[in-house]
Design a protein around this ligand. Structure first.
Ligand code: GFB
Length: 299
């Protein structure tokens, strides 16, 4: 989802000289394959969006995979970017790197000031290691590696598998399926009270391009809208967009995760970037564009 959004943005800016590989062509977890790729291609600029990602359930269950795969991918890429004198690398982290009970909104300075949320601790530890890799290669070798922390994302090419997806694609699919089949209710995981912030992936790609062009410092930079919404209100918004008439049923046997995760985006605003896509407008766009994706195999 992030990689294809970056490509759309760069193409719109007039770039065409991309070095691209699918995961079946290049296994980023494989040290020698990644070393050979960098030696042969010698890229100038690297957007490190590749990662194993998923929603609260996938993070909680596939803990070893999230830790191992993300560490391997980022270690291989960051180290080879240094060895092959990449001019600049942008590493993408996540808002879950901040302590579970950190004050809100989350300032970049809150990194490593308290315990992490249990459901995504392995993923967060991998992402924190990535931030420290960028920081350390900059300090020891002078590499121009920057770290960018996006909030929860949504957009085209999202994952609509209900066991591994994030909340927004799951709600789009569930409400659409319920509407199509006249189901009496839709299940919402947890209590509905957690607060989350959502950013359209095209806004993230725009911010990454802006930071690649304009930001060359060590401190990480949050990317978000600075506004949050409860899961219940988000569900009501999607229900309305899908024109579904039934009930919401909260399933308290599923985890809530962090109670609130709202980014402080003042650093990014001071640098001169602000999001453009409003949440309702973004969800409506995705709902109509992606319907065919999440209508497949309705159960
Ligand atoms: O998006 P989500 O899976 O991840 O869940 P996190 C957000 C909230 O939505 C949680 C609730 O409180 C879920 O219980 N929720 C309600 C649902 N219904 C659903 C549903 O059908 N599916 C899902 N997935 N959630 C992830 C982290 O945390 O966010 C990652 O685990 C990463 O590490 C990512 O940081 C951005 O926001 O809780």
């Amino acid at each position: 989802m992030v990689g294809s959004a970056l490509l759309r943005k760069l193409e719109a800016e007039g770039y065409s000289n991309f070095v691209l590989r699918t995961s079946s062509e290049l296994d980023l977890k494989n040290q020698s394959e990644v070393a050979r790729f960098f030696q042969e291609e010698k890229p100038d600029y690297v957007f490190l969006a590749a990662a194993k990602v998923g929603g609260i359930h996938a993070n909680n269950v596939y803990r070893a995979d999230f830790l191992y795969e993300n560490l391997m991918i980022q270690n291989n890429i960051i180290h080879n970017a240094y060895l092959n004198k990449v001019k600049k690398l942008l590493f993408l982290g996540s808002s879950c790197i901040y302590p579970k009970l950190a004050p809100q909104p989350l300032k970049e300075a809150y990194l490593l000031t308290g315990p992490l949320e249990e459901t995504n601790e392995p993923y967060a530890i991998a992402k924190i290691a990535g931030i420290k890799m960028c920081e350390s290669y900059r300090r020891q070798y002078g590499s121009n590696f920057i770290s960018v922390m996006p909030t929860n994302l949504y957009g085209p090419n999202d994952n609509y598998d209900l066991t591994t997806s994030h909340v927004l694609p799951a709600l789009l699919r569930k409400f659409h399926a319920a509407k199509e089949s006249n189901a009496p209710s839709v299940e919402i995981w947890g209590s509905g009270t957690p607060l989350r912030e959502f950013l359209h992936v095209d806004d993230l790609a725009d911010a990454c391009y802006f930071l690649m062009m304009n930001y060359n410092e060590e401190p990480l930079v949050n990317v978000g809208t600075g506004e949050d919404i409860s899961i219940k209100d988000l569900a009501l918004m999607v229900k309305d967009i899908a024109e579904y008439q039934g009930e919401l049923k909260f399933n308290s046997s599923k985890p809530d995760g962090t109670p609130r995760k709202l980014m402080d985006v003042s650093r990014l605003h001071h640098l001169g970037w602000k999001h453009k896509i409003d949440l309702r407008e973004g969800i409506e766009k995705v709902y109509y564009q992606e319907k065919s994706e999440f209508s497949i195999n309705l159960t």
